[in-house]
Design a protein around this ligand. Structure first.
Ligand code: TYD
Length: 253
């Protein structure tokens, strides 16, 4: 008794046909994966938190004039978004060194970058999302020169906005990944920030203590991922009404 048509099932989200042409419903699952899905677990409540956090960031970006695919949140796990053609690139912005760049460039984790660095990976799980140069992107026609200029500008605006929002609540935005989509309007196309923006696709460290508040908690078995994401939502003042059950009960003094 399918209520609506499934369009795509990803690792952390499922996409369904939306109620009107040109719309899609994004359903946020509780699945967590890492190392190209070699590590997989169900983290109760993660989908609810990411749905709300992504709404918060996408709406905020909209407010400062950065176009996104977000239309509205439908319920605790679903949001309505504009359907777009995803450019097959993972756009990564790095403010501090962490993850693959440490190995690649021999940098110590936490080293501040001389300036925000934007990198591109080709979106292909079977290849492990390899790093690519703008030369590859142009030669294989994944994006035009004009697209690349617009993508760079969008990525840096998202970085400034998100860095500021997190800084205000004592969190360092170490790096993040976004995806960009094309929306067609007759013969014209415009680029929008698509997919999701959540602690699944960012590195977030507490400025005071260095505590990790992102998916590295899962990747490196550093404790409860729900607790970490709940802390992010709590600091930003966007905790859902029925917060997902956290780990163990704690004594209240
Ligand atoms: P990166 O350090 O390149 O990879 P890894 O997370 O495997 O060490 O990732 C930089 C940031 O981009 C990090 O916050 C995770 C995010 N990211 C994704 O969310 N999905 C991806 O497919 C990639 C390549 C990165």
């Amino acid at each position: 008794m399918a209520r609506r048509k499934k369009i795509y099932e990803g690792k952390a989200k499922t996409l369904f046909e939306g109620p009107e042409p040109g719309t899609i419903v994004q359903y946020f699952k509780d699945d967590a994966t890492a190392f190209n899905a070699e590590k997989h677990d169900i983290i109760e409540g993660k989908g609810v938190l990411n749905n709300i956090l992504s709404e918060y960031f996408m709406q905020g970006l909209g407010q400062i004039g950065v176009p996104t695919h977000f239309l509205k949140r439908l319920n605790m796990r679903e949001q309505l978004v504009r359907s777009c053609e995803i450019i097959p690139l993972e756009i990564i912005v790095r403010n501090y060194a962490a993850g693959t760049v440490c190995k690649r460039l021999g940098l110590e984790e936490g080293t501040q970058m001389p300036r925000p660095i934007v990198e591109y990976c080709y979106k292909d799980d079977s290849l492990g999302d390899p790093l690519v140069s703008e030369e590859h992107i142009a030669a294989f026609g994944w994006a035009s020169q004009q697209d690349m200029e617009d993508i760079l500008s969008l990525a840096l605006r998202v970085n400034d906005f998100m860095s500021g929002v997190f800084y205000a609540v004592g969190i360092r935005l170490v790096d993040f990944k976004i995806e960009i989509g094309r929306v067609y309007n007759g013969d014209f196309q415009r680029l929008v920030v698509a997919d999701e923006i959540s602690p699944d696709s960012c590195r977030l460290w507490d400025i005071e203590t260095g505590r990790k508040l992102d998916k590295d908690v899962f990747r490196r078995d550093l404790g409860s991922l729900t607790d970490a994401y709940t802390e992010v939502a709590r600091r930003l003042g966007v905790m859902p009404n029925n917060p997902p059950a956290a780990g163990k009960p704690t004594l209240v003094n």
